[in-house]
Ligand binder design. Structure first.
Ligand SMILES: [Zn+2]
Ligand SMILES: [Zn+2]
Length: 363
């Protein structure tokens, strides 16, 4: 199957999503147009001209030769520009031709039942992501120098990660035993009064667009910490947004992800329930609770993440950056050599101080 590739109507070079302008832009001649305009052009050409513009517009019109050579979990597409093989795993939705570098979209993984409903376009440009990464890597005396090498920095990648956004209606019904304690002194005695209260609460709340990443490769904890995303900038999904980035289709559907999201929403509604209990109580013991969760909707969205994977001391590390807000989530490896050097320095300093103290007091 031919990979989909958006080309410039003026010169035929690749069109990529330009973050600064939030438009599609030709890297060769500078032609710019909105995502919708480009998409419209493609649809029109498809219907009206068909093959006539096949050289300029490599539309995937279904007549293209299908070469669904499954090799285990890999699938072969054909680059619309140079014809080289673009080899993907089962979930790749957007990548690049490794031969000519042309952005290549796997249209069959972005349409029909696999079509995302929304996308939040990247707002942090690659240069900004690199600067944020460099500043992060400079920090910390024990950070291994590997992290500052250009070869490492070059691996930073823009990725649209598949998420499910859930809307839930949640209710908690709880009984708690609460106390208020006061004390006063009377003569030699200290008198403690404790009042007991039975507190009953029923709290209902609606939670909207609670996200859960649906990609197996992405560590859940890192993806959760990248929140919040600003949904005000969320757009209806259009394929051109992905041109120039990597993307994957979901590994888990919205039903498979429900246990994970429900644990989280149960926690939220419980907090909401407890928050309604007056802070004047000295103690609060929840004796009984009943939580009901009702899924209203789940929508499929692609959210932007800059990421950098590297290996250090036989362990894999990930640096992740929210592509919309610039929030960093990363764990920092500690260099063993640097750690040893630090220890030596600190020991020497301590030893010197002890010597000085010894000399002062010993004299
Ligand atoms: Zn052009
Ligand atoms: Zn190519």
């Amino acid at each position: 199957m031919e990979a989909k590739s958006y080309v410039c109507p003026t010169c035929g070079a690749a069109m990529e999503f330009d973050i600064e302008e939030q438009k599609m832009s030709c890297s060769h001649c500078g032609t710019k147009m909105t995502v919708e305009e480009l998409d419209r052009q493609y649809h029109n050409l498809d219907g009206q001209y068909g093959d006539k513009n096949a050289n300029n517009f490599s539309m995937n019109d279904g007549a293209a030769t299908r070469e669904d050579n499954y090799n285990g979990n890999f699938k072969v597409y054909r680059c619309a520009s140079c014809g080289a093989e673009v080899i993907t795993d089962d979930y790749t939705a957007a990548t690049f031709c490794s031969f000519c570098g042309r952005p290549s979209l796997m249209e069959d993984r972005l349409t029909g039942a696999l079509m995302p409903e929304y996308v939040i376009p990247f707002k942090i440009r690659k240069e900004e992501a690199v600067d944020i990464y460099k500043a992060w890597a400079r920090k910390g005396a024990l950070t291994p120098s590997l992290l500052r090498k250009n070869a490492t920095i070059e691996k930073i990648t823009g990725m649209y990660v598949p998420f499910w956004l859930y809307d839930y209606d949640a209710t908690i019904d709880l009984d708690a035993q609460c106390t208020i304690t006061r004390s006063h002194t009377s003569g030699e005695y200290r008198i403690v009064d404790t009042d007991h209260y039975n507190v009953k609460r029923v709290v209902e709340a609606e939670f909207n667009r609670v996200p859960a990443d649906a990609s197996e490769k992405m560590p859940d904890n890192i993806m959760d910490m990248l929140e919040p995303f600003g949904y005000g900038e969320m757009r209806q999904f259009e394929m051109p947004y992905l041109s120039g980035y990597y993307s994957e289709r979901f590994n888990y559907d919205s039903v498979q992800m429900m246990p994970r999201i429900e644990r989280r929403i149960a926690r939220y509604i419980e907090e909401a329930g407890r928050d309604t209990i007056d802070k004047r109580y000295s103690t609060v013991n929840v004796m009984r609770k009943n939580i009901e969760l009702n899924k209203m909707n789940a929508s499929y969205a692609l959210l932007p993440v800059w990421m950098l994977n590297y290996r250090y001391n036989n362990r894999d590390y990930m640096f992740a950056l929210n592509g919309q807000t610039g929030k960093i989530v990363a764990d920092r490896p500690v260099s063993k050599q640097k750690g040893a050097a630090w220890f030596a320095t600190i020991s020497t300093v301590l030893f010197t101080i002890l010597m000085l103290i010894g000399r002062i007091f010993g004299a």
